[in-house]
Design a protein around this ligand. Sequence first.
Ligand SMILES: Nc1ncnc2c1ncn2[C@@H]1O[C@H](COP(=O)(O)OP(=O)(O)O)[C@@H](O)[C@H]1O
Ligand SMILES: [Mg+2]
Length: 381
Amino acid sequence: MSLKPLIEKSKILVCVGSGGVGKTTTAASLGLAGARAGRRTLVLTIDPAKRLANALGLATLGHDVQAVPADKVSLGGAPVAGTLDAMMLDQKRAFDEIVTRYAKDPESQKRIMSNRIYQQISSTLAGSHEYAAMAKLYEIAGEGKYDLIILDTPPTANALDFLDAPERLTAAIDSSAIQWFTKPYMAAGRFSLKAVGMGAAFVLKRLARFVGSAFLEDMARFFVEFNSILGGFRDRAREVFELLRGADVAFVLVSSADPMSVDEAIYFYDRLIASKMPLGAFVVNRVHTSNRSTIDRETLIAKLTARPELRGYSPDDITQVASDFDRTHKEFQELAETDARQVTRLGERSGQKALIVQVPFFDEDIYDVSGLSQMVKYLAG
Ligand SMILES: Nc1ncnc2c1ncn2[C@@H]1O[C@H](COP(=O)(O)OP(=O)(O)O)[C@@H](O)[C@H]1O
Ligand SMILES: [Mg+2]
């Protein structure tokens, strides 16, 4: 069982999982597999490791689609029917695009973008990165230029942040604290404490002493201005949710075999089911595999004695090497068994209904197309 059917049929694959588990690598590998399956494929990636970015032609940070050269995609083999494009999301630019789209006029757009608070918020507000990623996905999916789009997701501490992003972002901007705060601005047309009650005026005055009233005014002005495009943000969030519920969308839940990572995958799985989002498969990455030989001790010692690099070692030394060798093997065996138990747990917990694909822990990091090809073997093999 592999992800092959998903790679051949889906329109959108969304890779999610906690930070560091291998989402970006999985997304890039799925992209490669898509192109090799004859599809016009785009990988929308977030934070590729530098060497991988270079390998995909994404050396310069940017928001532009780059074609991965055909000879790279095919790795010098027979030409590939599909194509692979890659794009690294520039969160700030993605956010700006949303503002441009929803601002009521060019003046308002300019005012928002030049606002200091906006410049801060568009890159640091909780959920804004995830929101920008989903908005970009929506836009590209609408253009119809690709058969398959693979979305890598931001390195959030909790995989759930991704699904919650639009809601949290609009809630943050919409909160009563902010409404309370923008009132003095709304009422007077400029920042004035006349319009607020005594208590609020007192607090705002104290605040202004610390941060300066120009800052407060910037802040209030931003929220008033931004309020007018908030509806647009909400609409877009709703549209994205609908898009993600589509029949040709699948989530790929990436985890390691670490118990906490598996817990998180299970948690996310439950969440997907509850929100009626389509699970494609679990990918358990960096699984320890054991190749423990069944070789007995005498044979091992005989083999070691015969090795040219161990010539000149005393029988005691050789016995020592054999013991070390044995112990290392045992440790690997234990790691492999621990990982296997986690994979079993994942299967049981998800009612054996979901496909689980395992990718082994490779000796080296994956940083180029040939490394990705290794992974493709396991994902789509
Ligand atoms: N199966 C694997 N074996 C060995 N190294 C891996 C494997 N999968 C990923 N890596 C490496 O782990 C690191 C983190 O992977 P990455 O895809 O960037 O994680 P994430 O996007 O989830 O934060 C990268 O250096 C990558 O090359
Ligand atoms: Mg990543």
